[in-house]
Design a protein around this ligand. Structure first.
Ligand code: SF4
Length: 288
């Protein structure tokens, strides 16, 4: 019989869990509730909330709304979203993760301090909603670094404060900041360079536990939406430890040939993976 185990540390982080709870509670009270962007990067969970009445909108639609209630998801929003709400009688329900809110404050503070003599640099994905919310704290002036090529956007004659997207992999952040430090040293200007390691503890602390979990099983099914950035980086970590790791978002995506001769299956997931989905996949695998 095949042994199937679910990673005890996988699933919603507290920020996402809290945002979903706020959405469910609000849906009981509000006749109409909009959410600015998907509340979580997982199609099945967003589908469940849509059935409860949550209407997901994009920023274009938001810019035309008035007199409605809109939920702000865990990733947070730039100041322009709050200004639009004030001007158009939109009631905002704040579900931004407290860790992200704190990071927004730090980025804003750093920008106000450094703006005349330096720059704020954010390591992360430029189109990720959290990064957009952080860039908004700097009047759009933060320099976003996604890869080593982007380092050329930095002015090495000026001081800088560096932050990271909360869900960036630690390895990627260290690679980027090491390259920035090396370049600053090479150019040799008398500047201040401050690195703020702002990867979320829930993400950073997961990696050693995930490594251990992946080594304990013959194959790993890593469950997450394909557009989840935390999902992608954790999947890559799983695959580097256990090459027999498959990225799936439902039981139906499993090719049964993958489990031929396998004795133990591990199921893990991202901070956006609903626990009910991992349980469902585990119980279907046990039934085989
Ligand atoms: S990963 Fe961390 S910072 Fe991001 S939503 Fe979850 S708890 Fe908050």
């Amino acid at each position: 019989m095949i042994k199937v185990a679910i990673d005890p540390d996988a699933g919603f982080c507290f920020g996402v869990e809290k945002a979903i709870q706020i959405a469910e509670d609000s849906l009981e009270k509000e006749s109409e509730l909009y959410c600015l962007g998907d509340i979580v990067h997982n199609e099945l969970e967003t589908g469940r909330l849509k059935k409860l009445g949550l209407k997901v909108i994009d920023h274009q639609t938001y810019s035309n709304l008035k007199n409605v209630t809109v939920l702000i998801r865990a990733h947070g929003e730039p100041p322009s979203t709050y200004i639009h709400a004030k001007e158009n009688n939109i009631q905002l329900i704040e579900a931004t993760c407290p860790v992200v809110l704190k990071l927004q404050d730090r980025v804003r503070f750093a920008y106000n301090y450094i703006k005349h003599k330096g720059q704020v640099v954010i390591a992360g994905k430029s189109n990720h909603p959290e990064v957009i919310s952080l860039k908004g704290q700097t009047d759009g002036n933060a320099i976003i670094i996604e890869s080593a090529e982007d380092i050329s956007k930095i002015d090495f004659t000026k001081s800088m404060e560096i932050f990271s997207q909360t869900t960036l992999s630690k390895q990627k952040f260290e690679t980027l900041t090491t390259a920035i430090e090396r370049q600053a040293h090479y150019e040799g200007h008398d500047i201040d360079l401050k690195i703020n390691r702002t990867i979320c503890g829930q993400v950073a602390n997961r990696v050693p536990m995930l490594n251990k979990f992946c080594k304990q099983h013959d194959i790993i099914f890593f469950v997450s939406g394909k557009n989840s950035s935390n999902g992608k980086s954790l999947f890559e970590i799983c695959q580097s430890v256990n090459p027999k790791t498959y990225h799936i978002n439902s039981f139906e995506e499993i090719d049964l040939q993958w489990i031929n001769g396998v004795k133990s299956i591990g199921i893990s997931g991202a901070t956006s993976t609903p626990p009910w989905l991992m349980k469902e996949i585990a119980s279907k695998l046990r039934e085989l």
